[in-house]
Write a protein that binds this ligand. Sequence first.
Ligand code: NAI
Ligand code: MG
Length: 339
Amino acid sequence: KTHRITLIPGDGIGPEVSGAVVKILEAAGAATGVAFDWHPYDAGANAFEKTGEYIPKVLYDSIEKNRVALKGPVTTPVGGGFASINVTLRKKFELFANFRPVKNLPGLKTKYPGLDLVIVRENMEDLYAGLEHEVVPGVVQALKIITEKGSTRIAKFAFDYARKHGRKKIHAIHKANIMKLSDGLFLRCCQTVAKEFPEIAYHEHIVDNTCMQLVMNPYQYDILLTENLYGDILSDLCSAFVGGLGLVPGANLGTECAIFEAVHGSAPDIAGKDLANPTALLQSAVLMLHHIDEPATAERVQAGLEQVYREGKTLTKDVGGTSGTKAFADAVVAAMEAP
Ligand code: NAI
Ligand code: MG
């Protein structure tokens, strides 16, 4: 079977990690009878240089048609310039759920062996939507919009996921002591949905305390259910438990389309040096393979990846190794093909 997939290589380390992932997926697909028809597009500054648009119409059309995209990180300018490509794509395709499993890879030694938690982040609302304006010179306003619809559907997503995968506990993360109306509405929606899932324990933690609790004992959490901005920040924090940003994958999910991408950004500090760890994007691709109903290919990739970490000989620098992005990718391909 052939799958048409929109590919956004992205900026910085994006082309390196997506190149590695495509190579590994091609090898896994060849062995399991699955072919990929990649449709690659630029987005952001590169796209603007070539087409005069930050997100070319052909890219929108491609995602609309293929319904599945694999995306590398895109650089977003600080303090001005164009709006975030990520935020724009998430809004455009109503990718309301951001699913981020934070799980230890067997074989990789970390401070928290066996940790396995999931961040379910609302993906379209909140301060993260970037709705800002200058009121008068010297005063700006940023709008935090939280809706019953958005909060209820992300809560429903988290509880449905928990039920389907036998997860036991959900913590809604908030600051409703201060943002009584907005985070208050979010919490009320979570509480209402929680009532439909009596078998899943429901708790509420304030976000600043959550940061402390996470660092003290991340094992106490199972699923973290968050608004958009808290989820963004907690994701990077949690990535450190399992080896850092080079590891943690993500899926932006809507009812029509899905975009799979790592938690990390374009990492300009290591770009173009063959230093980036493609594991996070590779694990995002594994989520994608399950999404397009190719579990055998997904399992082959995951097994190869875990084998390379167990052997520990060909790891990238961020996880204590000395190998480059390309050598790591070749090792995963070799591990998949070893008898
Ligand atoms: P970053 O995630 O790019 O990098 C943070 C740190 O983690 C850096 O030290 C980097 O070297 C390291 N790192 C990240 N990914 C790695 C990998 N795969 N392997 C090894 N080390 C890795 O965050 P930063 O520097 O704050 O953002 C850089 C740019 O990325 C910004 O323009 C930001 O807007 C953009 N960004 C884009 C995202 C996306 O497209 N989904 C997500 C997050 C940030
Ligand atoms: Mg982030």
